[in-house]
Design a protein around this ligand. Structure first.
Ligand SMILES: [Zn+2]
Ligand SMILES: [Zn+2]
Length: 313
């Protein structure tokens, strides 16, 4: 699993930071990419990466502010031009579907693929045998959600030699054992999957929050997460402004990660008021509260492999 930040700015783009978009690359897990928010010109940002728009399987929108959605019509249209045929599922607050449909209709945009819309409310918004995504409302100036993406436990690999030694014949029974099923041999003997497979491995937990002031739901969503992505529109000196604008400071984001006992924190949604020279200080202030903090710049990539976290840039 990798997180690839396509835009990390707040409100409007600057030369350093485009507006919000994060790609959750699940290429090894399911051969697809999930996008979280889609600020204006996200498709231009994507051009500087190896991401293929037709690989985008799902788009999760945190809230309907322009800096999080204005890139959708263009990206949807290009995904079509680039040969996308697979269904795209878009998750977001009420109103997102009618905005997209009106925009596509008024501009005469015909897509080569179907879109499924899921109107997000609190609770599980997606689940399959591999992953589950939960949403909870945050505390912004309009309805805004945070998402918690949990990978289900991974089956341990099959210990083939051990299974063969116990008399399991080569063939489909080995596959069943690998998938966690117990099998009965012709002799009537039961072979338990747990005895011939390595221990189950814990999956990853990634929490991606939308714009918010400090709130309890952010902590709940971030509970023991491997990675928490939290906005940091303000810093310690401008903290008096944060809550009234429905935003958080770097230090508040660090507090959320700390109280949630999360493992790593990535700050995004950085205001253009902070110049590149200020970033070290932003990071230092947050690390004083939560040491394992990182700041995402545009195109930053972070990897989580076997629960090992790595900043790739
Ligand atoms: Zn925003
Ligand atoms: Zn906002």
């Amino acid at each position: 699993m990798e997180l690839h930040f396509l835009g990390t700015g707040a409100g409007m783009p600057s030369k350093e930071r485009n507006t919000s978009a994060i790609a959750l690359k699940l290429l090894e897990e399911r051969g697809t990419i999930w996008l979280f928010d889609c600020g204006e010109a996200t498709q231009h940002q994507i051009l500087h990466t190896s991401i293929k728009p037709r690989k985008i399987e799902k788009i999760f929108i945190t809230h309907l502010h322009g800096d999080h959605v204005f890139g959708l019509p263009g990206l949807l249209s290009s995904r079509s031009f680039l040969g996308g045929e697979d269904t795209l599922t878009i998750y977001g607050p009420a109103g997102l579907k009618s905005w997209i449909e009106a925009t596509l209709a008024l501009t005469g945009t015909h897509l080569t693929y179907p879109i499924d819309y899921v109107e997000v409310t609190e609770g599980i918004v997606f689940e399959d045998e591999q992953l589950v995504v939960r949403a909870m409302p945050l505390a912004h100036v309009i309805t805004c959600y945070g998402y918690r993406i949990e990978q289900k436990p991974l089956l341990g690999e099959l210990l083939v030699e051990k299974a063969l030694a116990l008399g399991v014949p080569k063939g489909p029974l080995l596959g069943k054992l690998k998938q966690g099923h117990d099998v009965v041999l012709e002799t009537g003997e039961t072979i338990y999957s747990a005895n011939v497979t390595a221990p189950v491995k814990e999956g990853f937990v990634v929490t991606i929050l939308g714009d918010t002031k400090l709130c309890d739901n952010a902590i709940r969503l971030a509970e023991k997460a491997d990675i928490v992505v939290h906005e940091a529109t303000f810093d310690a000196e401008t903290a008096h402004l944060a809550a009234s604008y429905g935003h958080a400071t770097n230090v508040e984001a660090a507090t959320v990660a700390k109280e949630a006992h999360a493992k790593n924190l990535i700050l995004n949604h950085i205001s253009a008021r902070f110049l590149p020279n200020d970033i070290a200080k932003l990071l230092q202030q947050a690390r004083a509260v939560f040491p394992s903090t990182y700041i995402a710049n545009d195109y930053a990539q972070f990897e989580l492999r076997n629960k090992e976290f790595k900043h790739l840039e």
